[in-house]
Design a protein around this ligand. Structure first.
Ligand SMILES: [Zn+2]
Length: 75
């Protein structure tokens, strides 16, 4: 019976160590690129921020929509 309790204690210790090291290795919110925090761009006309994937680029500037791209290019 004592051996069984010792075995349980060892398993519990290993479990706690693994859980602690996993938590240290992967802090929440800092585990590589997160699809929820995409790189942002800023509209050169209205200065609003939006996902870079939705950017309308022209002359090295980002625009939030086609209308602002047209207006911005007219300057
Ligand atoms: Zn805009």
């Amino acid at each position: 019976m004592a051996k069984f309790l010792l075995f349980l204690a060892v398993v519990a210790a290993i479990y706690l160590l693994v859980r602690a090291s996993n938590r240290r290795g992967n802090p929440p919110g800092k585990a590589g690129p997160d699809p929820g925090t995409e790189e942002m761009a800023r509209c050169a006309l209205c200065q609003v921020h939006f996902p870079r994937s939705e950017s309308r680029r022209q002359d090295g500037k980002d625009f939030c929509c086609d209308e602002h791209r047209r207006l911005g290019a007219g300057d």
